[in-house]
Design a protein around this ligand. Structure first.
Ligand code: ARG
Length: 572
C-alpha cells in the first residue's frame, strides 16, 4: 500500500516533467539492500536515456517535483540514477494503526476488477487422478484465491476429459469384461483395468480394435445403450474426483467437460476452412503457422482424416465459449509443461480466427514430480501413485509426528491437526518451489518442522495464537501509535507492509512461491521479534503495541496460508 502510494506520487512527478511519458513501467520495489533504504526505483535511468537526458540530472529534477515528505526521509539519489526511499517511523506507525483497527491488511483491492477464467485440475474420465494432477489442482486453486483476494472476479472451470477415442475401448471392456464387485469397490481402478486390458488386446487382435471403433461410432451417433454406459462412467469418475476435491477443499464454479462442446466442433472446423485458415492435407484439416518462427515446423490439426475433431478443436470451441460467456481479460490454463506446444498453437490459432479478441491467453505450466531417485514419481512396484493413497499417507505421517510431539492431546484433536498439517504439507511442497522446475517428492522435507515448510509456518501460527490464549479474555485496545523502539519491531513491521506487493507479484506472474517465501520470512521476522522483545511481560503502551504486532503478524500469516489453500490450527 505504502509502496503504491510512493509509486503513484513518483509517476505524477515524472508526468509533471514529461507529460507524454509512459509511466506504467515506473515502479517502486523493495530495496534489495536494506542498508540503502526500504524501497527503490530504477526506472528513471531508462526514461532519461530514451529522452536523451543526463540520468542524474533527471533524477534530481524528479526528486524536486516529488512530494513524499509525509512518509519518507529525504529521498536519496544513488549510483547512476536510482532513487532510494526510507520510510519514516510515523508512516509505518500510521499503516499499522489503521491495520490494527481492521481498516486493511496491507493490501489494496483492485479499483477496476478484472474477470479471469482459470482452467485447472481437468482430469480425465475413467482414469484415476494421480500426483501429476495434484499440481494443477493446487496451483490453480491458489491462483484463483489470490486473484479473488485482490478483488478480481474469477471463474474456475474444470475442463474434464470426458470425450475421445478411449471410450471405444472402454465400451468394449465394459460390455465384455466388467467386474461389478471391483467397480463397486474402486470404480476408477476397475475402469483403468478395463482400458488396459482392451488396449493390449487391440494390439494383438484386429477384431477387438474393430469392435472398439464400432462402439465409438455408435457412441458418437447417439446410441442409447452406449450413451448410458458413458454417462455412468462419467458419474463414477466425478464421484471419485469430488472425494479428492473435498479432502483438498478445492471447488470449481464450472465443470464443463470436453463433451459440452461436441455440437460446436463441426462449426468451428467449417469456419476455419471457410476463411482459409485451415487447409486440406491428405484428408485432414490443418493450420500452418508460416509467419511464426516457433511454430513454423508445427502445424496444428483441427480435424483428422476420418472426420473427427480433436483436443485442439475442442479447446477452440471452449475458448470461444469462455469469451462469449464471461468476456474475461485473461484466461489461464494450468497444466504440465508437456502441453506447451499445444497451448502455443491454440493461442496463435484462436487469435487468427478471432483477431478482435482482447484476452490475455496464459499457459501457466509446471514441471514434473520426481521420486527421491530423480525418476518420475511411482510406487515401488512402478505403478502410478494414486492421489487418495498419497493423502492418506500424508495424514498418517503427520499423525505419528503430532502424537510424538503432543501425546497429551485427545486422539480426535490429533487426527484433526494431522489432517490440516498433512494435507497442508503436500500443498505447500507443491507451491513453494519455482513451478517450472521439476520437484522431488520427499516426505521428510515436506513434513520437517524447520525450513520453508507447512509444519514450520503452521507451528509459527500456533505460537502466535498461544500468546492470545494466555490473555484469557483481557480486552486489548488497538494502539493509537507505534513507537517501534527496537530494531526487530521495525523489521517485522516493514515486512508486514509488503504483503500487498507480494500478492500483486503472485497474480502478475502466477507464481505462488513468492507468497511462500514471503510467509517464511515473516515467520523468521516474527521469531526474532518475539525472542528479543518481551510481549506479555511488557507494560502499558509498549505491551499494547507488541500485542497488536503479534495479532497483525498472525492475521497476515493466516490470510497468506489460506490463499495458498492451507487451513490453520490453533495447536500442534
Ligand atoms: N485433460 C487434460 C489432461 O489431463 C488437461 C486439460 C487442460 N485444459 C484444457 N483446456 N486443455 O491432460
Amino acid at each position: 500500500m505504502i509502496q503504491l502510494t510512493l509509486q503513484e506520487r513518483l509517476q505524477q512527478a515524472v508526468l509533471s516533467l514529461m507529460p507524454a511519458a509512459d509511466v506504467s513501467s515506473v515502479l517502486v520495489r523493495p530495496c534489495p539492500e536494506p542498508k540503502f533504504g526500504d524501497y527503490q526505483t530504477n526506472a528513471l535511468m531508462g526514461l532519461a536515456k530514451r529522452n536523451q537526458l543526463n540520468p542524474r540530472e533527471f533524477a534530481t529534477q524528479v526528486v524536486e517535483a516529488l512530494d513524499v515528505d509525509d512518509c519518507c526521509e529525504p529521498v536519496e539519489i544513488a549510483g547512476p540514477g536510482f532513487l532510494n526511499f526510507r520510510l519514516k517511523t510515523v508512516a509505518i506507525s500510521h499503516a499499522l494503526v489503521s491495520a490494527a483497527k481492521g481498516e486493511h491488511l496491507f493490501y489494496r483491492t483492485a479499483e477496476v476488477a478484472r474477470t479471469i477464467v482459470i482452467d485447472y485440475s481437468s482430469p480425465n474420465v475413467a482414469k484415476p487422478m494421480h500426483v501429476g494432477h495434484i499440481r494443477s489442482t493446487i496451483l490453480g486453486y491458489t491462483l484463483a484465491q489470490a486473484f479473488r483476494l485482490l478483488g478480481h472476479k474469477v471463474v474456475t472451470d474444470n475442463h474434464i476429459g470426458d470425450w475421445g477415442t478411449q471410450f471405444g475401448k472402454l465400451l468394449v471392456g465394459w460390455k465384455e469384461h466388467l467386474d461389478q464387485d471391483a467397480l463397486a469397490a474402486d470404480a476408477l481402478a476397475e475402469m483403468e483395468r478395463l482400458y488396459k486390458l482392451v488396449n493390449s488386446a487391440c494390439d494383438e487382435d484386429e477384431a477387438v480394435l474393430d469392435r472398439a471403433r464400432q462402439e465409438l461410432v455408435r457412441l458418437q451417433d447417439g446410441d442409447e445403450e452406449n450413451l448410458g454406459i458413458w454417462r455412468e462412467m462419467i458419474d463414477l469418475s466425478r464421484h471419485q474426483f469430488d472425494e479428492i476435491y473435498g479432502r483438498l477443499k478445492v471447488e470449481f464454479d464450472e465443470t464443463l467437460g470436453e463433451s459440452f462442446y461436441n455440437d460446436r466442433l463441426k462449426g468451428v472446423v467449417d469456419e476455419l476452412t471457410g476463411s482459409g485458415i485451415a487447409e486440406d492435407s491428405e484428408g485432414a484439416k490443418v493450420v500452418y503457422f508460416n509467419d511464426q518462427k516457433a511454430l513454423k515446423k508445427h502445424p496444428a490439426m483441427v480435424q483428422k482424416s476420418d472426420g473427427a475433431a480433436n483436443y485442439t478443436t475442442t479447446d477452440l470451441a471452449t475458448l470461444e465459449h469462455r469469451e462469449k460467456s464471461w468476456q474475461p481479460s485473461e484466461v489461464i490454463y494450468v497444466t504440465d509443461g508437456r502441453q506447451q506446444l499445444h497451448f502455443q498453437q491454440l493461442f496463435a490459432l484462436y487469435t487468427r480466427w478471432k483477431p478482435q479478441h482482447a484476452m490475455k491467453l496464459n499457459h501457466v505450466w509446471f514441471g514434473a514430480i520426481l521420486g527421491e531417485d530423480g525418476r518420475p514419481f511411482k510406487t515401488r512396484s512402478g505403478e502410478i501413485i494414486r492421489l487418495s493413497d498419497l493423502l492418506n499417507e500424508a495424514e498418517q505421517r503427520a499423525f505419528d509426528a503430532v502424537t510424538e510431539k503432543s501425546p497429551d492431546l485427545s486422539e480426535d484433536d490429533r487426527r484433526e491437526i494431522a489432517r490440516v498439517v498433512g494435507i497442508g504439507a503436500i500443498k505447500y511442497a507443491d507451491l513453494s518451489g519455482n513451478r517450472q522446475s521439476d520437484y522431488v517428492f520427499s516426505w521428510d522435507n515436506m513434513l520437517a518442522l524447520v525450513g520453508n515448510t507447512a509444519p514450520y509456518l503452521l507451528y509459527a501460527y500456533t505460537r502466535i495464537r498461544s500468546i492470545f490464549r494466555k490473555l484469557e479474555g483481557e480486552s486489548i485496545e488497538p494502539p493509537a501509535s507505534f513507537s517501534l523502539g527496537q530494531a526487530e519491531e521495525v523489521a517485522l513491521a516493514k515486512h508486514l507492509l509488503r504483503f500487498g506487493l507480494v500478492l500483486e507479484q503472485v497474480i502478475d506472474e502466477c507464481r505462488p512461491n513468492f507468497l511462500c517465501n514471503y510467509l517464511y520470512e515473516l515467520a523468521g521476522f516474527f521469531g526474532s521479534f518475539y525472542e528479543n522483545c518481551p510481549v506479555l511481560l511488557a507494560e502499558g503502551e509498549v505491551r499494547a503495541q507488541r500485542l497488536a504486532l503479534c495479532d497483525l503478524a498472525g492475521r497476515v500469516l493466516k490470510t497468506g496460508l489460506e490463499t495458498l489453500g492451507l487451513e490453520t490450527t490453533e495447536r500442534m
